[in-house]
Write a protein that binds this ligand. Structure first.
Ligand code: HMG
Ligand code: MG
Length: 302
């Protein structure tokens, strides 16, 4: 296998993981979650989003969360922003990194952000301009890179076009999201290879959801094709409110266990992450979705 010696993990649990929770998660719990994740070694923790509270009520407390986390030097705490209004809130909250998000299908883009793909890019222009003025980094996300829950299969060429647009606009990295977790390794490789013709592989990240249990296989497949940044969520939390039926992100514990087994460095402590997963699952009143988290929990209890 042709694998890297080290990879970078972006923990998206506090944002992607919690955005779909029906009951409000207290600010204290979110803050403790983020602080535990960075204490476990994560150098990038997506901490919330400045979106409309009418669309995603769970993220309405992002300003309070950002005010209270212990910001560790060298750690980035990106937040999602869909437009200038979100960007203004991110600046106000002292964020150093934001992420803009669009989709590879018109239908999903409209359901998620009430605009066409082209309009989403029009909204990003002032965000990027403000980011440059304030010295903030901007990450770009594309959702539904394999298929859309409303309009079906997505062509890799479409994902490649959009990735290049985001990259040329000033995103330092483009995260490719299989939002509904339907991808299989060959499809993910074909998509990544198409994108890599337009954007350097080292500027790409893979964001897999585990709906069909394929996310580890997909990570391994695209890692062999030169992708070295992976979005994960502690305990396998998450889902997008506008992608009904999609399950959580690939579990951080599962990815770490696989990477440890392959001898690939990532900088995050498995035990500390598993403990963090138990903390947030207890707060949410549910079992972790991550298989490794379940196995470690059973071992602890034995
Ligand atoms: P809209 O209704 O078209 O917005 O929503 P608008 O510009 O017409 O404004 C309507 C109201 O929203 C106004 O308030 C604005 O002030 C307010 P009102 O006058 O009615 O009281 N508003 C805002 N409030 C707070 N923050 C803002 C903001 N902007 C406008 N930034 C909008 C358009 C984009 C705002 C809305 O559709 C939205 O917030 N969507 C967010 C959806 C979302 O967060 N989805 C989940 C994240 S994406 C994801 O999970 C996928 C990913 O993980 C990758 C993957 O898995 O594929 C990233
Ligand atoms: Mg996601």
């Amino acid at each position: 296998m042709n694998l890297p010696r080290h990879v970078r993990l972006v923990e998206v649990g506090p944002r992607d993981g919690l955005q779909n929770e029906a009951k409000p998660v207290p600010v204290d719990v979110k803050v403790e979650l983020i602080d535990r994740l960075t204490a476990a070694g994560h150098a990038a923790v997506e901490s919330g989003s400045f979106v409309s509270p009418k669309w995603v009520p769970q993220m309405a407390s992002t300003d309070a969360v950002m005010a209270r986390i212990k910001r560790k030097p060298g750690v980035s705490y990106p937040v999602l922003v869909p437009n200038k209004q979100g960007m203004n809130a991110a600046i106000e909250a002292g964020c150093e990194e934001v992420a803009v998000f669009t989709a590879a299908s018109e239908a999903f883009c409209r359901k998620n952000t009430n605009c066409s793909i082209d309009e989403s890019f029009e909204r990003f222009a002032p965000v990027i301009e403000a980011a440059q003025k304030h010295g903030m980094r901007v990450r770009g996300y594309i959702s539904t890179v394999i298929a859309c829950p409303y309009s079906g299969e997505v062509a890799p060429a479409t994902v490649a076009d959009l990735s290049e647009r985001l990259f040329r606009m000033g995103c330092y990295e483009v995260s490719l999201g299989d939002t509904i977790g339907v991808g299989t390794p060959a499809k993910c490789v074909a998509m990544v290879d198409a994108v890599a013709e337009r954007v350097p592989r080292e500027k790409l990240a893979a964001h897999f959801h585990d709906t069909y249990g394929q996310s580890l296989a997909n990570i391994l497949a695209v890692m062999e094709r030169g992708i070295t940044v992976f979005d994960t969520a502690v305990a396998g939390l998450g889902g997008c409110p506008y992608a009904k039926g999609a399950s959580g992100n690939v579990g951080t514990e599962d990815v770490i266990y696989m990477l440890d087994g392959l001898g690939i460095a990532h900088g995050v402590d498995l035990e500390a992450i598993a403990e963090t997963g138990r903390f947030i699952c207890a707060a949410l009143g549910r079992e972790p979705a991550s298989k490794v988290a379940q196995a470690l929990k059973a071992k602890c209890a034995a």
